[in-house]
Design a protein around this ligand. Sequence first.
Ligand code: IMP
Length: 176
Amino acid sequence: MNNLKLSQYISEADIQKKVKELGATLSQKFKGKDVVAICVLKGSFVFYSDLVRAINCDISCEFFGVASYHGGTKSSGEVKVTLDLQNPIEDKHVILVEDIVDTGITMNYLKNALISRKPKSLTTVALLEKPDALKVPCEIDHSGFKIPNDFVVGYGLDYQGYYRNLPYIAQVQNFN
Ligand code: IMP
């Protein structure tokens, strides 16, 4: 894994600035409200932990595990739930926090799965979007950066389980 060549794509400083902006927007939107923020595991755990600390309102945390890549660089097109929410979200304001929208299949699956549980509102947030990779229409309420259709790692995003701990987002130059 160590011989993969990475090039920095989005710096730590730029990510942190964007997270603060998103946090300020969501703090304003949910001022005085009680919200449930859902972390989509595993990819969004780093973004999520920074984002919830940038949101200033009453917030409870839930975790939803899904897998669609199964380790490689292409979506399998099939979403598998690996961990369900611990508590009901019926009648709650919900913020769904994703790392990246690639084909849009996972985000659409998540939206439908959550809407069927009847939240009071559902707000979707994704740090990254790859508009050229979309295979199904997918609207995001708040997104951080739009990027080209390249595979990226870091800040929670992995390649074969590694690189999630990089504090910045990088492009992989050479795959083995
Ligand atoms: P989608 O269903 O194709 O939109 O893919 C969503 C999931 O695939 C994301 O939540 C990520 O976990 C993963 N993914 C998509 N693009 C990348 C990437 O460039 N690097 C790492 N993981 C990715």
